[in-house]
Design a binder for this molecule. Structure first.
Ligand code: HEM
Length: 318
């Protein structure tokens, strides 16, 4: 079978592959949390080899070696999914889908290199922060692909909503960045010997939480604006984002008060990944979009002002 034929056949799987892409990119953040929280960050002490003379871990490297090596191997799973998604996008001849899926496919080796630098710098907290934030950017691109493939047709939102959504996106990045700075100051370095950034974790936690309050206030304002405009789609995504922010805020405070319980920290990292997707979704919801596929779920159809099976959906606007 020629490559073109294979790509065209695979194009019918573009949606599930795009979903798999975002699930895998969020999944590796959680397994990365397991590496850090079990103190396995230097389980393989070098990179790209695991030890100076082997690419794989050895039983003598113990559980930390197995955890870190297992996480490294997941990179290949992500790469296979991302490449298949890219090929499916090529087969669909959808330029924007090609662009987004290519960025994800190229981002994975780049992240592997940043992960390698993390190890080679003995888990320097600023590099760990960069590694985490790069994953957040990848998740946002994965979300942009999903949004492009399936979200309601809509005109560009009025300037007030667009500016609020942009402010949420920018503030969201500030919250994510400050979170990584708190982590860099705290005890979960990924290895008992790794250096910390030397800042005061309690004080930084307060700054991080304060930036979250600004974020929540902006999201509530956007929700009110969306309701007053009668923009169903923006209302749905802003309400979902607000619910997620509140949940994440409760997890954040609880982990802070419980001296950074490992399970809660991992949950907080999962929440941060979902929120990264949410910030991107809210911003995209204020941009004009013409849907390429029929909405399948009731929520999407309701937000489009159509029935799930309505063939006239593409012309529907709010
Ligand atoms: C929208 C809400 C929030 C988001 C998106 C968020 C995001 C983040 C991120 C990205 C990290 C770094 C994860 C890592 O580097 O592995 C982090 C760490 C942290 N966050 Fe938040 N956070 C939020 C709310 C809060 C709140 C309200 C608190 C309350 C004090 C809080 C407390 C912490 C603490 C203590 C850490 C450090 C955990 C550690 O040392 O392992 N967070 N947060």
């Amino acid at each position: 079978m020629s490559f073109t034929r294979f790509a065209e056949r695979l194009s019918v799987r573009l949606w599930p592959l795009a979903v798999a892409n975002i699930v895998a990119n969020i999944g590796i953040v959680v397994t990365g949390a397991a590496v850090r929280l079990t103190g396995s960050g230097l389980g393989c002490p070098t990179w790209p080899r695991c030890t100076d003379d082997s690419y794989v871990t050895h039983p003598s490297m113990g559980i930390h070696g197995a955890i870190e090596f297992g996480n490294r191997m997941l990179t290949y799973v992500l790469l296979v999914i991302a490449v298949l998604c890219f090929v499916a996008a090529l087969g669909s001849r959808d330029r924007r889908a090609v662009k987004y899926s290519l960025v994800v496919a190229l981002g994975i080796p780049l992240q592997a290199v940043i992960g390698g630098i993390t190890v080679l710098t003995d888990l320097n907290p600023w590099i760990v922060s960069l590694h985490f934030l790069a994953s957040m950017a990848m998740i946002m691109v994965c979300l942009a692909l999903l949004d492009h493939l399936r979200s309601p047709t809509r005109p560009e939102a009025p300037a007030s909503a667009r500016w609020l959504a942009l402010a949420i996106l920018v503030n969201g990045w500030i919250v994510l960045y400050l979170g990584t700075v708190v982590t860099g100051a705290g005890p979960h370095a990924g290895d008992a010997e790794a250096k910390r950034n030397g800042l005061d974790p309690a004080f930084l936690s307060q700054i991080h939480a304060a930036s979250v309050y600004v974020l929540v206030a902006l999201t509530v304002t956007l929700l009110v604006v969306a309701l007053r405009m009668g923009d169903r789609w923006l209302t749905v995504v802003a309400a979902a984002l607000l619910a997620l922010e509140l949940f994440q805020g409760v997890v954040g405070w609880t982990q802070y008060l419980l001296d950074l319980n490992e399970l809660l920290v991992a949950l907080h990292m999962l929440g941060a990944s979902l929120l990264a997707a949410g910030f991107a979704r809210v911003w995209l919801a204020t941009r004009a979009h013409v849907a390429g596929e029929q909405p399948t779920g009731h929520l999407l159809a309701w937000a489009s002002g159509t029935k799930p099976s309505d063939p006239d959906r593409i012309d529907a606007t709010f």
